[in-house]
Design a protein around this ligand. Structure first.
Ligand code: UD1
Length: 445
């Protein structure tokens, strides 16, 4: 291979949470297949085995080379710790490009570190916006966008969001979402998944319809009154003999214990609580359930691809496509509201709905992302604008070629905003000042 200093050789991928590992998996496989030098780094933001280690096995992806083990301390220390540790990783591996996905603290910390180190950063799932700056994820996304070199947008809507924020269109690439690649590539594995855990669940369900349930966002689970509302809904569903499989996120489990609500849940006959399921187990159930109730972002994309019904316990979403397609209802975290939405969704016949083509693409996102990196490579590094060569769009820097008064120059609808003498020192001037040859002026046109 002919080596070129503008070509990318060393690609670094950084993940921190369950969905980032899942959604990066097709890209990791594509990079390996094209024989690039790949360094996979885990920040350890999610450290529970079920949310981390198990996913690498389940999706047969290479294990990370380094784990920064930052844990789940408070947000600010977590971001700071990732930055300090990731700085050393960059020094050590000297990647040509770093890629991260989504809107976690990992993404924010990695994007900022790359910016400070002058390393090219590519953002997968760029351009999602909820326009809700009370959500930590929205802040992460927006701040990361400012310092991103490659914005890999999963949908046309994401492109519009980025343009709205004045992101340079030359840096935005429509790729689709890698979750579609994941679902396509693992279709058979999902359908043929027969783990012991899944067998137990199937035994519990018999052949009855069921609701799949997850919940993990801080805004929902960190407040006792919210979790009480959720437990009330589950009690009501249990009374109605509707079966529910509740995949319990470690954070939710901790909070349920803390608010002494766990035993209430465990007593419900029609609710089966399970630790987080593997991705294949979870998707197997998602395909079979009558409805999914969750506050997850990623699941909202999965139902668009699989055409499933959902109730999302959130007031806003950065992924409105499922709502627009008639598959999803957003609801606040109040028992009656959630219950109403569930009943409405259970009665809805989605067979009659007409769906547009998948807004998240057709499952070629990983390939498109890598093609783009191959084509554009290091050329995408930021360059300082050269005022001396071109000036800004409206302000032009010009050399005075013949001696002339300011009023003469300004006759032609021009305005001189700054003038410098032949040594480059700014000078005070008015309409009567004579500009000498060799002076520089900045002209507003
Ligand atoms: C998470 C982040 C979000 C980020 C996004 C994408 C948090 C709190 N949120 O959102 O900021 O933008 O990832 O990077 O971390 N699943 C299983 N087993 C289960 C339940 C779910 O494998 O038992 C799978 C789902 O199929 C889906 C993924 O996990 O693929 C969703 O993960 P989730 O933890 O819900 O995170 P998100 O809300 O998507």
């Amino acid at each position: 291979m002919i080596t070129c200093f503008m070509t990318i050789h060393k690609i670094m991928i950084v993940v921190g949470t369950r969905p980032e590992i899942i959604k990066m998996s097709p890209l990791i496989n594509e990079i390996k297949a094209r024989k690039y030098e790949l360094q996979l780094i885990h920040t350890g933001q999610h450290y529970d085995k079920t949310l981390s280690e198990d996913i690498f096995h389940c999706l047969s992806i290479v294990e990370p080379e380094d784990n920064l083990s930052v844990g789940s301390e408070d947000t600010v220390s977590q971001i700071a710790r990732i930055m300090v540790k990731f700085d050393l990783i960059i020094n050590n591996y000297e990647p040509d490009i770093v890629l991260a996905q989504g809107d976690t603290n990992t993404v924010l910390a990695v994007a900022l570190t790359c910016a400070k180190k002058g390393v090219i950063f590519g953002h997968l799932e760029a351009g999602l916006r909820s326009d809700d700056l009370t959500l930590p994820e929205e802040i992460n996304r927006r701040v990361a966008a400012i310092v991103t070199h490659f914005h890999f947008a999963p949908s046309k809507r994401a492109i519009l969001n980025l343009l709205r924020e004045n992101i340079d269109p030359e840096r935005i690439f429509l790729t689709g979402n890698t979750i579609v690649d994941v679902l396509k590539q693992n279709k058979e594995l999902i359908e043929n998944c027969h783990t012991p855990k899944l067998k137990d669940i199937v035994r519990f369900l018999g052949n009855e319809p069921f609701i799949l349930w997850t919940l993990h966002r801080n805004v929902n689970v960190d407040h006792e009154e919210n979790l009480k509302e959720v437990v009330k809904v589950l009690e009501k569903l249990s009374d109605k003999k509707m079966k529910v499989i509740f995949s319990l996120h470690p954070r939710t489990e901790k909070m349920l214990e803390e608010f002494q609500l766990m035993s209430k849940l465990e007593n419900l006959k029609n609710v089966l609580i399970t630790p987080p399921l593997s991705f294949l187990e979870f998707l197997n159930l998602l395909k079979k359930c009558s409805l999914i109730v969750s506050d997850s972002g990623g699941i909202q994309e999965e139902i668009v691809t699989l055409k499933k019904k959902m109730v999302t316990i959130r007031n806003t979403t950065e992924r409105p496509e499922s709502v627009e397609m008639g598959l999803n209802i957003l609801t606040e975290i109040k028992c009656e509201k959630i219950f109403e939405a569930i009943e409405e969704q259970l009665q809805k016949n989605i067979e009659q709905l007409e769906f547009p083509s998948n807004p998240y693409g057709e499952g070629t996102a990983a390939k498109t992302i890598l093609d783009t990196i191959e084509k554009k490579g290091k050329k995408m590094g930021f360059k300082a604008p050269s005022l001396l060569e071109k000036g800004l769009k409206e302000y032009k820097l010009q050399v005075v070629e013949k001696e002339e008064k300011v009023s003469e120059v300004e006759k032609e609808k021009k305005e001189i905003t700054l003038a410098f003498n032949e040594k480059g020192i700014p000078i005070a001037f008015d309409k009567n000042t004579t500009l000498k040859r060799g002076y520089h002026v900045i002209i507003k046109e």
